[in-house]
Structures are given as structure tokens and as C-alpha cells.
Design a protein around this ligand. Sequence first.
Ligand code: CU
Length: 476
Amino acid sequence: MLIQPIDYFLVAWFAVAILSTIWVGWDQFRNNPEPAVMKWGFILVTLYMGPLGLLLYVLADKEPRPGTQEQFTVSLWKQGVGSTIHCVAGDATGIILAAAITAALGLPMRIDLIVEYLAGFACGLFIFQSLFMKEMMGGRYRDNVRKTFLPELISMNAMMAGMAPVMSFLMMGRDMRAMVPTELLFWGVMSLGVIAGFAVAYPVNVWMVERKLKHGLMTERKPGSRFDLQHVHAYDQRDHQASHSAEHHGAGGATGHDPGGKHHEMTTDATRPQLAAVTGVTALMLLAGLIVPGFYVNLSLSAHDVGGRIMPRGMIMDFDTPAAAMRDMAAIHPRHVSFHAAPGARGDQALAPRIENGTKVFDIEAAVIRWHILDDVHVDAYAFNRQIPGPRLRLVEGDRVRINVRNLLPESTTVHWHGLVVPNEMDGPAEITQAPIPPGGTYVYEYTVQQLGTFFYHTHDHADRQQTFGLYGARS
Ligand SMILES: [Cu+2]
């Protein structure tokens, strides 16, 4: 639901992302001579990264003119983009699916992160990398899994090193709707995380492409397909050495009978120390990305503990702030506001009772309203009868009074008649003299007034918070 400025931005962002994705998909399948795995890689990444995915596609992968793809994608930075794309497409898909599931299950954030890492790794390795390799080079699926394990590990570590802190800090930030998959903000955080993950994974992917550990962008012109160049022109093979993309991929590639398949065979020139160093450093980056946020935000909490709460500005939350404290200190959720008071509205308005058999009857409703504390400053508040302070109840000694209190708040409440001598069950303290009035419930307070004077009435259920939010009024 649209309740914060960020929500409107996210609607616009995802509208652009969906339009971009549709266009990239259309262009990929209609105009782009590359393998299907790569096409889907760009489609997914554009969905996750919106206009940035579109930008990468147009600058690095969209064939400028028919027959030029091989030349166009030669440069290393574009090959690095391609390599990162098919890493991110697989990894991010696994991470996002796992995040949605773990949030729904209510697992603690730190368990979420581990599950997300494993899911991302599995999705990347078993689907995008191995399938990609198989499509390009044929061979047995199992061998491809083995061959792509190390590149996938390096890339996934870097990707998660970027994505994990974004998720941890923003999900446990001020607006914890970010933990709830049914909120747009959750998907916004995922998108930002993927963008950060892409940025961190890109340099190691460039290195791996250069060292022939990974494929980058590739071109596939199946004979007889719309991308077959026989009818266009022979393309320049001089760049053959510079990139594996400059190869004419035969129809048999996917089945492993491609006579040209051996052209895609890669022999890396990376040395063991280089591989060990890159693997080690990306592993350390991953550990830092997973652990460091835990010094600042409480990663032992789950979406069920605090999900959806929005904290007041400036609220200090630490790595050990308990969920109960967060719930207690949370700001009023703008979604619960049911009434906007006019700027000039005033509280403490005398409420006329109706008389039933000699009893003064008052109807009081507690609800969430938006209240102006200055003409140009409003706050979300709890109020009796849509005003703060609540309505003035005029009573004199000997009055028989009945007050119907209806609770329209998102939490339970009661009313305590401060300083009045009343029957015990009419006194108001929640869980002491009465069961608190549940949301949607009503409680009838009835007593005979025994004292003259000016008194106040107020909530006596979580009074520290509810009274501060505006649940009080005067009796005179
Ligand atoms: Cu009191």
C-alpha cells in the first residue's frame, strides 16, 4: 500500500523495470543472436535491476546491426558484463526466492542469509552456469557442474558480499516493511541488493573472463535460423582470438555433437596462487558482508517478530535491541489512520450525553487519526472521538453514568478514570481489573460519580505508549 514517499518511487521503478524487461525479452528473442540461457539472463537481470539492466543490455549486448554481434561483444568489459549477467541471473533468482520463503516462514535474519546464499549458489551453479556451459559446449551435465563450481563460487561470494549488507541494513532499518514479501519495499530492497551484488561481482567476473575461467557473451547463429549469416554476409573472423564470442555456433551445440564445439573449450591460464587468492578474498568479502551488519542491527529477529513495523525517525536500534522493545517503540503505522483532522481542529470539546432512564450515556471511540499539532505539522495519533485531548465529560456528584468505549485501534486498550472512586471492574487497569478491550471490541463502564472536581481519564493498557499517542481527556 502506498503510505510513504518511497512507495510512490517504487511503483514508478517497478513500472519501468517491467516495461524494460518486456522490451529486452522481445528484442532478445527477435533480434539477438545469443544462446537462450544468455537471453534469459538479461531478461531476469533487467527485471531485478530495472533501467540499469536495460542500460547494460543496450550498451553491452544488443546487436547494433545484423551480423555485427561477434565484433560488438569482443571487448573485455562487455564480456565481463555477460559473465556477471549469467551469474547474477542464477544467484539472484535463488536468493530472492529463498528470501521470500524464509520471510514467510519467519526464520531469523541470520538463518535467512545462509539459506539465501545456499539457494543462490545452487540456482547459479545447477541452472545458469552448468546449463549455460552445457548449451555452449555440450558434454555431460555433471562434468559441467564440476567445471563451473569454482567460478560460480567466486562470483557468488562477491555477489552475496554486496547483496547481504544491503538486505540486512535496510530490512532491519527504520521501515521494516522491507522484511515483508507482500510489501513493495521488500522487492525494492531486493532490487537494490541485486544492483549492489552486480557491482561487487563485476570486477571478479572480468578477471575470470580474461583468464578464461568463464564465458562472457557468446553468439549463436544456428543454420537456418533468423540469425544465420549465410544470407547476410560473412563476418570478420580476425577477432577470433580475442573472444570466444567470435564463433559460429553450430546447431549441434545443445546436444553435444557440435563439430565446432571444441572451439568453445576453454583452458584457463590462471595459476593456482591466483585462484587461491581470488577465492580467498571473495570468501572474506562474503564473511564480512554477512557478519559486519550483525554488529549494527539485530539479525536474530525474523519478519514475524517485527515485520512491517515502521520506527519513528531517529530511533536508536542496536544489534541486541529486542523485538518486544521495537514493537513497543514503533511509530503508529500510517496504514491504520482512519481519520484526518482539519488543521484548526481542537480537542477537549464538551460531549453532550444522552439520558437513558436517568443515566448519562457517553459513546467513546478510540481510533488512529492524523492530528495537527501546528497548522502545518501533523502527526499520527491515537484519539478518543477523533480529538486530542479526548472529549470533555461533564459530570456532577451523584450522576449515574454509562460510558460505552469502542476500540478501533490496532491493539487492545482500556480507560481508567483517574482519581475517581469507582467499582473495581470499572477502574480500567488492563489485566488487573478487566480484560483489555480487543481491537473492534467494546467495554461498558458504568458507575455513580461520588466526587466533585476536575479529573482526567486515560488509557490503562500500555499506557506509556498509548497515552503519549493521545489517549487521554478531562472530566470536570
Ligand atoms: Cu491515571
